[in-house]
Design a protein around this ligand. Sequence first.
Ligand SMILES: C[S@@+](CC[C@H](N)C(=O)[O-])C[C@H]1O[C@@H](n2cnc3c(N)ncnc32)[C@H](O)[C@@H]1O
Length: 155
Amino acid sequence: MTTYLVPFVPTPEIVARYMLKLAEVKPGELVYDLGSGDGQIVIMAAREFGARAIGVEIRRDLVEESLRKIKEYGLEDRVTIIHGDFFKVDISDADVVTLYLLTSVNERLRPKLEKELRPGTRVVSHDFEIPGWKPIKVVEINEEWRSHKIYLYRR
Ligand SMILES: C[S@@+](CC[C@H](N)C(=O)[O-])C[C@H]1O[C@@H](n2cnc3c(N)ncnc32)[C@H](O)[C@@H]1O
């Protein structure tokens, strides 16, 4: 079933940067952002952390916007956007997975994460827990008018 239950709300830049720091993204590692929106996280992973990154996004307009930015920054060799449903994309080669979805969607993603991710893969989720998984760190960040929680997991 195609799930399109999460609207586009971008993670604020400082929170996105903190997520990638918390996950200790290293040069050459592969980061997936499931529901990549305008591509901010995958572009940041490549530009600031030297990673390779794949975003999966269901909305065509956001895919197009991401591709424009990727081209503008000359990151075509390191950042890819898959236009599709993240439930249907194989993520088994991930080193790090980033999420900003909903607890209910994370719950539905959990069996996929458990089946596909290699042990040691880091999963970092903005604001929403993965039910049934125990985070190794939970950090709260105050940003402008609200606070954000970041949950770090290790598969
Ligand atoms: C809350 S936004 C997060 C965007 C980005 N990850 C960030 O943190 O800035 C969630 C994104 O997931 C996308 N989305 C929702 N369901 C999806 C699905 N099944 N497959 C791919 N993308 C999906 C939405 O279109 C939206 O852009």
